[in-house]
Design a protein around this ligand. Structure first.
Ligand code: NAI
Length: 252
């Protein structure tokens, strides 16, 4: 068990990739806090129940990760209920598809707030706490294949996701000497609600899968397994790195 005795907070974990990461972490021995922007619908509680049924501790915590007060109070609640947090996974994200000439200021700002400023904000609040306690920790950022691949209608989303690489390496350079490693996973095409429009259209689905060397869509757990490696001591000489977990999509 790679994460025995560790406590993790995964943002945007009520469903999709965040849930997959939380499940793999729990199977690897971690207690896991489940953040989402809305935890009233039952999805976050379902993940919490799943983790508890595996013998690990868990809790759901509501916060918009782009809101500083919300983020401060999220960490406060988790620290209080589960004790110190060892691993932060900045997974929460939104994607909209809007032609470049039509994007409004509000649309640009919301995507970059959630996809770029929020990982920076959560990391800052987390690192301040960890450093004040004199502990070691780990951050895993979730980027996107779109850090390296052009898909139409993403002139707001793709720059935010490419910037996650710079956020990862720059945060790593400042925080690793203080005991906090920082790495990034760029998912390819993963079967979640975010990509349900691809999964539902047989023509689009087959044209995307044809570009993937492994020959299938990824599952949330495919990302969870690599995130668990980054979060564990098995990668203790790895920091500032970004890796594409995409079944070979960008290289085919
Ligand atoms: P999803 O839409 O299925 O799940 C995202 C979760 O984040 C939802 O539960 C949502 O409520 C939550 N969330 C959204 N905004 C939030 C906020 N401001 N504060 C807290 N929670 C918030 O998406 P999916 O597919 O699981 O994506 C997870 C991450 O992976 C995102 O960062 C996404 O950009 C990235 N990604 C996904 C890919 C895919 O193929 N599914 C490909 C590349 C990257």
């Amino acid at each position: 068990m790679k994460l025995e005795g560790k406590t993790a907070l995964v943002t945007g974990a009520a469903r999709g990739i965040g849930r997959g990461i939380a499940e793999v972490f729990a199977e690897q021995g971690a207690d896991v806090a489940i953040n989402d922007i809305d935890i009233t619908g039952g999805a976050a509680d379902d993940v919490v129940r799943w983790i508890r049924s595996r013998g690990r501790r868990s809790m759901a915590v509501q916060a918009d990760v782009s809101d500083r007060n919300g983020v401060e109070s999220m960490f406060e609640k988790v620290w209080k209920e589960l004790g110190h947090v060892d691993i932060l996974v900045n997974n929460a994200g939104i994607e909209t598809i809007i032609p470049f000439l039509e994007i409004t200021d509000e649309q640009w700002t919301r995507v970059t707030d959630v996809d770029l400023r929020a990982p920076w904000l959560c990391s800052q609040v987390f690192c301040r706490r960890v450093i004040a306690e004199g502990r070691k920790a780990n951050i895993v950022n979730i980027g996107s294949i779109q850090a390296a691949k052009i898909l139409p209608g993403r002139t707001h989303y793709a720059p935010a996701k490419l910037a996650i690489e710079a956020l990862t390496r720059n945060t790593s350079a400042e925080m690793t000497p203080l005991g906090i490693r920082v790495n990034c996973v760029h998912p390819g095409f993963i079967a979640t609600d975010m990509t349900s429009w691809i999964q539902k259209d047989p023509d689009i689905l087959s044209s995307v899968v044809a570009q993937i060397s492994v020959g299938r869509a990824g599952e949330p757990r495919d990302i969870g397994k690599v995130a668990a490696f980054f979060a564990s001591d098995e990668s203790d000489y790895v920091t500032g790195q970004s890796i594409h977990v995409d079944g070979g999509w960008i290289f085919k």
